[in-house]
Design a protein around this ligand. Structure first.
Ligand code: ZN
Length: 246
């Protein structure tokens, strides 16, 4: 059904995938930036997700930050879907060089992907703000380690902060340069599950100089006219069928 995409995959061993929230929603992780996410934040907290997930709000009202964060951004039962699995398989075949993601759930690694640039960080990594001690997600979510919703370091009592890029915070240099280098060197760039409006997606795509740009998204995007192939369908279904066809 997606023969054209299968042909593009067959013809390259230097593919990069750039993914957005749509990749995670198929694992039942809702997009907090969606209309429903916006509504729920406003009605439950009287604020927008952007306000609550800002650095200044984290400092000002750490308790409410973690209340919102733990109840709206953490899905401990989420499993990789067909999109994550197909991309891991493409990497194993030596065709895919990197996944660049705006998602923070760690599902690409869980599916087996090795080279993953997480532009917005990961909920799986957390560090004490005072002594730097590393903590996993289980620690962060365990009420026994928390004062209210706020996770505390068992060594020094400092606040444990997720390695997630908050609004007003800079992206991590290592993740940015890795992503830019991979995109700049790629022969095929597949963009999936993003409308390309969320910062900094569009900027990253501008580094692409390769031969085939593929867009997979349920709805149309601002870059559809620039792409060599546009598929308006569910990302998991498309990637699974295209990779299975190899
Ligand atoms: Zn500490």
């Amino acid at each position: 059904m997606y023969e054209e995409l299968t042909e593009i995959l067959r013809g390259s061993d230097n593919i990069v995938f750039f993914g957005g929230a749509g990749v995670s929603t198929e694992s039942n992780i809702p997009d907090f930036r969606s209309e429903a996410g916006l509504y729920s934040a406003q009605s439950n907290y009287g604020m927008s997700p952007e306000q609550m997930l800002s650095h200044s709000f984290f400092v000002r009202d750490t308790e409410t930050f973690f209340d919102y964060y733990k109840n709206n951004l953490i899905y401990t039962d989420a499993e990789p879907n067909d999109a994550h699995k197909a991309l891991a398989k493409l990497e194993e075949m030596g065709k895919l060089k990197a996944v660049v993601t705006q998602n923070i759930d760690g599902l690409h690694q869980k599916a087996g992907s090795k080279t993953v640039y997480e532009l917005h960080g990961s909920v799986l990594r957390n560090n004490c703000m005072s002594c730097g001690q590393f903590y996993d997600l289980d620690y962060l979510m365990d009420p026994a380690h928390c004062d209210g919703y706020i996770p505390k370091c068992e060594k020094c009592g400092g606040v444990v902060k997720p390695d997630v890029v908050l609004y007003e915070e800079a992206l991590d240099d290592y993740q940015i340069s890795g992503a830019v280098d991979a995109i700049r060197a790629a022969d095929v760039l597949i963009i999936g599950g993003t409308s390309l409006v969320v910062y900094p997606a569009a900027g990253f795509v501008s580094y692409f100089r390769g031969s085939k740009l593929v867009l997979i998204n349920k709805s149309s995007t601002s870059m559809d006219n620039r792409a060599d192939l546009v598929i308006h369908d569910a990302i998991g279904k498309v990637l699974k069928e295209a990779v299975d066809g190899l």
